[in-house]
Design a protein around this ligand. Sequence first.
Ligand code: DGJ
Length: 341
Amino acid sequence: MATLLRHLMIAFFSLLVGSFAIAQKQAAILPGEIWPDSDGNHIQAHGGGIIKVQKTYYWYGEQRRKDLDTNFRYVSCYSSKDLTNWKNQGDVIALAKPDTALVNNKWVLERPKVYYNGKTRKFVMYMHIDGALKDSRYNFSYDYARVGVAISDKATGPFKLVKTFRPLDRESRDIGQFIDDDGSAYLIFESRPEKGFYIAKLSDDYLNVEKEICFIKSPLEGGAIVHYKGLYYAVGSGLTGWAPNRNKVATSKSLSGPWSEFVDIAPEKAKTYGSQSTMFVKVVGKKDTTVIFLADIWKPKTQWDSRYLWMPVEIGDGKLWVPEPKPWTLDVKTGTWRYLE
Ligand code: DGJ
């Protein structure tokens, strides 16, 4: 009896220790490593976007875990107060093929971005929807070249698809999200025939892409913009599919340009440390402002294992540089960061 009791107690304590091990807190951001959520599972929010609503950050991205039903494409959502520890809020949309014009089941949903509209109190999701059409122009399943728009009453969904369309009647592939300091919301989208990317303002209700603000003639995707001390910094990657390349930055005093030449944001040979740009998050704290470069380290054959490269950038006076990735910590209240000792 005593032995049984001892065994039961050992089992109970190992379970307790085990569950602590799973639900442990993240002390730091570890670029390129597995990033466990609060349940201990690697975060699945690839090509993602982040918004802050009151004191909570929401991270949306491509859900690419292994057991997905291939009849759908999924967007995940995670929430956090400190940008380091993330709670899985589940999949906020499971989208069935949105258009019968897409000829096979290889269509894609990429780079979802969510905006919160304070006037309508709706959360509005933009996503890149693509796939092959009958008379394939590119012959590589990226002919559809549209955005999809979905809405929800809550940050954590469920989101419902409203429509798909080509913004400004242009082919649109990689999309990026930019919300200026005055709250204005913009969509960045790459347009292959024009060999560049657009910065476009959303309509008041965010359901339409209303106005072209600028077309930047430079063949870049993974577009991301940050506004810092009176200058706009626009970053993008070269067009090399999933393979990393030298991401570049240009600056301008106004979103409508003129923009400077594009220059490297990391050492030439490092190919952006094996990552591809997706977004900037600007953390304005009581003491300082930290601008974080958010990028994906893609693993095309094992997408569920794709990683994230988040690094605070050196920024100012027209220069933007991503320092060598190393573990770091962030204090969202003060807005300061430091390398983990
Ligand atoms: C690069 C894009 O940035 C990704 O989002 C994805 O579309 C890949 N190309 C597909 O090759």
